[in-house]
Design a protein around this ligand. Structure first.
Ligand SMILES: CC(=O)[C@@H](O)[C@H](O)COP(=O)(O)O
Ligand SMILES: NCC(=O)COP(=O)(O)O
Length: 244
């Protein structure tokens, strides 16, 4: 059954807008788990535009489900993750000026670099995942890095699905098949929403974890945080029934 990890970056965006501590990021994580979240994801970016490094240390004290820290493995990120020791770290090749994550790793070009970093995290008992475009040609090299999982970067699926084009799923199906052949487990994320999640999981039931933030926090404005998390869990449940 696919697990839902709630990305709370945008809670921190709202908190930072006024310079105080409302909404409280740690309280949001506690509530998200109370409402059914099976994991908490954060993406502390170098400019700390939303999640700050201190938030990560504060969240470590309260997260009771799975804690997933995403980011570019710069030295400060590596140091923080090795100190916090979350259940999972997800490596993302972000450029510092990107408005959001916009690409996965070139695992062929960065094989040695990723292998070294992944071995450091695994030596410290942290499960690793690497952000990957839905391209089967990148999977064999991803497996060679020693990573536990890949995270399918789902923006292109979301864009095509919003246009009514269901064919956008095919690269994800092909990449998943290649990943399973190479002994990798699968996560997925970026631009997943209440509109597109059920179809995605129906077509790719092997996904172990989806991490969802921007749409979920936005939908919560209208539906409420608890109702929205419950709605996501229902979408996953319905998708799994489809595959029984
Ligand atoms: C890796 C990924 O897709 C998400 O972490 C995404 O980067 C969210 O980041 P922002 O909340 O900064 O858009
Ligand atoms: N890894 C994806 C994530 O954590 C959240 O991405 P988004 O739902 O904010 O686009």
């Amino acid at each position: 059954m696919t697990k839902l990890s709630v990305n709370i970056n945008k809670i921190a965006t709202l908190r930072n807008a006024r310079g105080g501590n409302t909404p409280n990021v740690a309280e949001a994580a506690i509530k998200a788990e109370e409402f059914g979240a099976q994991g908490i994801t954060v993406h502390p970016r170098p400019d700390e535009r939303h999640i700050r490094y201190q938030d990560v240390y504060d969240l470590k004290k309260v997260v009771k489900t799975e804690f997933n820290i995403e980011g570019k493995p710069v030295e400060s990120f590596m140091k923080m993750v090795l100190e916090v020791k979350p259940e999972q770290v997800t490596l993302v090749p972000d450029s510092d000026d990107a408005i959001t994550s916009n690409a996965g790793w070139d695992t062929i070009k960065h094989l040695d670099y990723l292998t070294e970093i992944i071995s450091e995290f695994k030596r410290n008992g942290i499960r690793t995942s690497i952000f990957l475009d839905p391209n089967p040609k990148l999977v064999e090299a991803a497996a060679k890095t020693g990573t536990d999982r890949i995270e399918l970067y789902t923006e292109s699926f979301a864009v095509e699905y919003a246009k009514g084009n269901l064919n956008g799923i095919y690269p994800y199906r092909e990449t998943t098949d290649e990943a399973l052949k190479n002994g990798l487990k699968l996560n997925a994320g970026h631009d997943l929403s209440l509109d597109n999640l059920q179809y995605f999981i129906e077509q790719i039931p092997e996904i172990d974890e989806v991490s969802i933030g921007h749409a979920l926090i936005s939908e919560s404005i209208y539906m409420g945080f608890e109702n929205t998390i419950q709605a996501y869990l229902k979408r996953i449940e319905m998708a799994n029934k489809f595959n029984r």
